[in-house]
Ligand binder design. Structure first.
Ligand code: SAH
Length: 214
């Protein structure tokens, strides 16, 4: 079966699982996920599952990408920070729904591959950097939205500091029982934050500092 056929099946299953934002579904339909994975997994490009990428990391499951993107409530004027570029797939999806994406990755190898994909797909509103995303991107702050795609023990305080009043952050964090949950934090206009738990998830760990390349 062709990628197009599998892609339509994937979009239908995302709808069935509750993803309703048609802009999010359209962005997922537009981004060729097969270009973000190792060709040995080509058959599974549109299966709703996470897949291994270089440096022992993973590209997230499409449902989780769609779910997190929907929870960000993006619009095309927004400036978005992503921590954990990985393959670049999530950043590419975001790039269709906001003004500019700033994405940080601690593995230079992954970042270079992701940047090549953005160029090949002619995506011009993603700015990327090799670095430690737990520190955020101070020179570009504040951000309207922040998405973290690796799970930390806690939410790095720098990220909350770089979230604009009224802004939304979505991130996986460790729970007391040793699992992970996806949380959403909404910044109030008065400096307060409200936090809600969205979904149990499984992400690779958020690790401080640059990576030693393998
Ligand atoms: N959003 C990615 C998912 C990649 S998995 C995608 O769509 O493919 C999470 C990524 O977060 C990994 O590549 C990992 O190296 C990266 N990461 C973990 N801790 C980090 C940190 N402190 N700063 C930046 N990137 C980090």
């Amino acid at each position: 079966m062709s990628d197009d056929y599998h892609k339509i099946e994937l979009i239908m299953s995302l709808r069935n699982r509750g993803i309703r934002d048609t802009r999010v579904l359209a962005a997922i339909e537009r981004i060729p996920r097969e270009k973000f994975i190792n060709p040995v997994f080509a058959e599974q490009a549109y299966a709703d599952q996470s897949l291994p990428i270089e440096c022992g990391q993973t590209i997230s499951q499409p449902y989780i990408v769609a779910f997190m993107t929907e929870k960000l409530r993006l619009d095309d004027r927004m400036k978005v920070l992503e921590v954990g570029t990985g393959s670049g797939y999530q950043a590419a999806v975001l790039s269709h729904l906001c003004r500019r994406v700033y994405t940080i990755e601690r593995y230079r190898t992954l970042l270079r591959d992701a940047e090549e994909r953005f160029a090949e797909l002619r995506i011009s509103n993603i700015t990327s950097m090799a670095g430690d995303g737990t520190k955020g991107w101070p020179s570009q702050a504040p951000f309207d939205r922040i998405i973290v795609t690796a799970a930390g023990k806690t939410l790095p305080p720098a990220l909350l500091e770089q979230l604009r009043p009224g802004g939304i952050l979505v991130a996986p964090v460790d729970t007391d029982s040793g699992d992970q949950e996806l949380i959403r934090v909404i910044a109030g206009d008065d400096g307060s934050y409200t936090q809600e738990s969205l979904l149990p998830v499984r992400f690779v760990p958020l690790v401080e500092g640059m990576a030693k390349e393998m």
